[in-house]
Write a protein that binds this ligand. Sequence first.
Ligand SMILES: [Zn+2]
Length: 282
Amino acid sequence: MTSKNHKHQLQANNRTMRKKAKIILVCILGALTFSCKSNTKFTGAKKVSQVHNKNLHWSYQGETGSEHWAEIEQDSDCDGEHQSPINIISTYAKVDSSMEPLDIHYASATKIHEVVNNGHSIQYNFEPGDYLNYNGDKYELKQIHFHEASEHTINGIRYPMVIHMVHVSDKNQFVVLAVMVEEGQDSAPFQFLESYLPLAKGQTKSINTSFDLNKNLPKDKGYFNYIGSLTTPPCTEGVNWFVFKKTITISLEQVKVLQKLMPLNNYRNEQPLNGRIVKQTR
Ligand SMILES: [Zn+2]
């Protein structure tokens, strides 16, 4: 062995020793953390008080999942009688010939202001300009976001994805359009939307580019309509829901891009109808 080789051998030994020391340290820290976790595990009282802690944030799973939203968000409507989503049964939905086609005014080039990963969904916020008229009021399009899989089901069918298009009037009333998305041909509008992704949780990215949102709507705009709620806390009631009967398609790859960035199954479970009537266009 040359002295150079000997030096290398010594350095290698030193490295091995440092590695071993690191492993021992990690084990000690690991054991401490584990014992800390075990301690909290047995403090049942603490656990209960945490559920009522305002700082505890709602989610789609486990102790902060949708079954617990009313406990976590105590001033919310989440335990109300007229909640969304629901399962729409088409044979029970009342055909109402007085229902007009939706009076949608989406410009062919409206600016999308920004995209936000709010930890629950990917949301695109709009500049003012896109709106719809309903019952004599003007509802501005504020934002669109996604759920995978869909929240409303139609005849028990849950679609792979839904787009929610949230409109608000100056009386602070909500109209939400739901566009069911199926896997199929890829979609040019989604290619545009997804070109601003990925986006880390809590991150916002400016877009300020024009976009034709009409391309995200089905050609046949027949719909189901009923009064429900926002599907996330505070689950505000009095929301006018319009669920399109026809779907649009995007490719499996496009579904996956969003899926990677949103919580798994970011949809709320079916809520009871409680006597509400669902109407439909012919
Ligand atoms: Zn939604």
